[in-house]
Design a protein around this ligand. Structure first.
Ligand code: URA
Length: 237
């Protein structure tokens, strides 16, 4: 893999910063000054600014923490609240200064990521990142096929038309519809506004996935650390 992509995928720095380091001759590959555009692999010994890559990564990953939380109802997606309400940060026991990546409404449950890694935060909240987030929701009433098609194509909201979404109905029972909606942008209260546009009242909304990261069977209110593979995945998207 090209050296700048390889190091960026590992979360060392952005491709552009890596190119700058190469131009400054600060990267060595197997003892030689790295060249822009060269290919490297896990077999190569890479030294960045005098520090061996493995040591550098381990040190950095040690200092950073990454969690997924299944946010319960009535918990704020912020780091603090001047009205003393419980926040997602209160639910994770750590002495690090963590913050949530993105937001879920007070009355939405499900997957939220927390970290003290500002670079990952910037990458994931950047409007260009366009990662699909999958929501499970239950609404009052029977959602029609043509409405599903419109939700898929995009819905006009007051702040613009939504991007194409993935939508599938799970079941319609007792005048209630359960469905999945996956969106790749983050307008305020977007899923609620999309479905409310057709006059349906949301009974529950839960985020189940962010990209390939899944809540799995993590109970509401519980959290766990992300695995090394999950962190690497987030850096790769
Ligand atoms: N869309 C919503 O309407 N609410 C959320 O919390 C997340 C997405």
């Amino acid at each position: 893999m090209r050296i700048n992509k390889y190091l960026a995928t590992l979360g060392v720095a952005s491709r552009r910063s890596i190119d700058t380091l190469i131009l400054q001759s600060k990267i060595l590959v197997n003892g030689r000054v790295a060249m822009q555009g060269m290919d490297v692999s896990d077999e190569d010994e890479i030294v960045i600014d005098g520090q061996k890559l493995k040591m550098k990564l381990e040190k950095e990953i040690d200092e950073k923490v990454y969690y997924m939380l299944n946010k319960p109802l009535e918990v704020l997606s912020s780091s603090s609240d001047d009205r003393g309400r419980t926040t997602v940060v209160d639910l994770v026991k750590t002495n690090k200064r963590i913050f949530p990546i993105g937001r879920l409404d007070y009355m939405t449950t499900g997957l939220i990521l927390l970290t003290n890694d500002g670079e990952l935060f910037n990458r994931l909240v950047h409007p260009k990142s366009e990662i699909y987030k999958k929501y499970y929701l239950k609404v009052f009433g029977e959602v029609k096929k043509y409405e599903i098609e419109q939700l898929k194509k995009g819905v006009n909201l007051e702040d613009g038309k939504t991007l194409p979404a993935k939508v599938s109905t799970v079941k319609i029972e007792n005048n209630k519809t359960s469905l999945y909606i996956s969106i790749r942008e983050g307008k305020n209260r977007q899923v609620r506004r999309m479905i409310e546009k057709f006059g349906y009242k949301v009974l529950m909304l839960r985020r189940e996935k962010i990209g390939e990261l899944s809540l799995g069977d993590l109970p509401e209110g519980k959290y766990r650390e992300l695995t090394k593979e999950e962190i690497e995945y987030l850096y790769s998207i």
